[in-house]
Design a protein around this ligand. Structure first.
Ligand code: PMP
Length: 437
């Protein structure tokens, strides 16, 4: 017994066990809010994934790959991407960008866009390098930059007040050109661009992208362009790829996701597209971390892209149909929220929508001097008391800026009609309870 105790005492280390690079990155909004939604929500418009199935052609491709003759699809494939997938991605993006792409050097497949981002930061950001991040942003950029030893530098999208009586649009959130320019210096290594943007749904205009591109070229800065929502653009707006602007191909890594593209987030197939001078370093990180990605999922995604290349721009294309369906869903949710006074900011793209909760503040009173941003407490109260899950906008701001815009929450509208109706019912009932004495 004594012997056992002394052994276990020896085994316990008194110095910190975690690596220093993990400092300050332990909290994760998704861990907390996904659990809350699982426990309390009747209607989950929180995390970004569809509750409708992926298209039949994609599921059929997966089943064919799984149970077909080629049993080698159950084994490792090429580490940097299953050959049929990198080939079709090179063809597809070559067409979109108007340049010849080499499937072996200009494309790399990853475990979702998430791993693509991780490879970018690990491969391209050095100790002390600054990385510009536009707020609000997909939250993982900040810890990933820090884990690479880099310093995130934030620049906000600033909302312009809407014209009388009109709902705000994500286009009303804009960069101040002088403010953006002031963030670039000789220490700047990269800027992260996310258009269409999660959480606002902003689709950056050509002028805005040119502004960013000019600064990148002037200061010799890389652009990590997270375009996972590239097909989800509404009202005839156009998604412009910054890599197609002058001087940008050689300094841009495009990041994409089959999860978002084909409504199959659980497959975790993502990719990077870019010049070999950048991708060769991403491959180094990839080969020393994940190395292979699931073969069957890659095979099925390859077939999905082969179909989409044939149908490119045609009415039967999934990349044409999906945004049409989502635009309808967006409009439903906009109507629901507007009708109860939870003012929506109309998104130009993505399947997210940010809404102003100011009118509901009386139900969830502010706690003065609380460390927690108001919107976070509101979202927790809402899921616990109303069964409706959403994500506070403060989750998409860096630590010091979490209270800048703390009266907004983000909804995901990639949901079945019945789910959106159920959300509408909750909101209507809530509004009635508020107005009746
Ligand atoms: N980038 C953005 C902007 C996202 O919203 C997401 C998913 N929420 C990702 C990357 C990660 O995508 P994946 O699921 O393919 O890893």
């Amino acid at each position: 017994q004594t012997h056992f105790v002394s052994l276990s005492l020896q085994a316990k280390m008194s110095r910190p066990v975690q690596a220093r690079r993990l400092e300050g990155t332990d909290k994760n909004i998704w861990v907390e809010f996904v659990k809350l939604a699982a426990t309390y929500s009747k209607v989950n418009l929180g995390q970004g994934f569809p509750d409708f199935p992926p298209p039949d052609f994609l599921k059929e491709s997966f089943v064919r790959a799984l149970s077909g003759e080629n049993h080698m699809l159950h084994q490792y494939t090429r580490a940097f991407g299953h050959p049929p997938l990198v080939k079709i991605l090179a063809q597809f993006f070559g067409k979109l960008l108007g340049r010849d792409l080499d499937p072996m050097t200009n494309v790399m497949v990853t475990v979702g866009a998430y791993q693509a981002l991780f490879c970018c930061f690990q491969a391209l950001v050095d100790e002390g390098d600054e990385v510009i991040i536009i707020e609000p942003f997909f939250d993982c950029y900040e810890p990933m930059v820090k884990m690479a030893g880099g310093m995130p530098v934030f620049v906000p999208l600033r909302p312009k007040a809407p014209k009388d009586g009109k709902l705000m649009s994500s286009a009303d959130w804009q960069l101040d050109p002088a403010e953006l320019a002031s963030k670039f210096s000789e220490r700047t290594k990269a800027i992260v661009l996310n258009s269409p943007n999660n959480p606002l749904g902003k689709v950056f205009s050509r002028e805005e992208l040119e502004l960013i591109a000019d600064l990148c070229v002037k200061h010799d800065v890389l652009c990590l362009s997270d375009e996972v929502y590239e097909w989800l653009v509404y009202d005839g707006k156009e998604h412009i790829r910054i890599a197609s602007l002058r001087g940008m191909w050689d300094r841009t890594v495009i990041i994409g996701s089959a999860g978002k593209t084909f409504s199959a987030t659980g497959w975790k197939v993502g990719w990077t597209v870019g010049p070999n001078r950048l991708l060769q370093h991403l491959r180094t990180v990839h080969q020393n971390s994940v190395y292979h990605c699931a073969t069957i999922a890659q095979e099925a995604v390859a077939q999905g892209f082969q179909r989409e290349l044939k149908l490119y721009g045609k009415p039967d294309s999934y990349f044409v149909q999906l945004p049409k369906e989502l635009q309808q869903k967006r409009d439903w949710l906009v109507q629901s929220l507007d009708a109860v006074g939870m003012k929506p900011i109309i998104p130009e793209g993505t399947y997210f929508l940010v809404a102003d909760i100011s009118k509901f503040k009386s139900d969830v009173p502010d706690v003065p001097d609380s460390d927690e941003p108001y919107d976070s407490r509101f979202a927790k109260w809402m899921v616990k008391n109303k069964g409706l899950a959403a994500i506070p906008l403060s989750a998409f701001y860096s630590g010091a800026h979490k209270n800048n815009y703390n009266h907004f929450i983000r909804f995901c509208f990639a949901k079945e009609e019945a789910t959106l109706k159920a959300a509408n019912d909750i909101l209507q009932k809530w509004k009635q309870e508020k107005t009746s004495p």
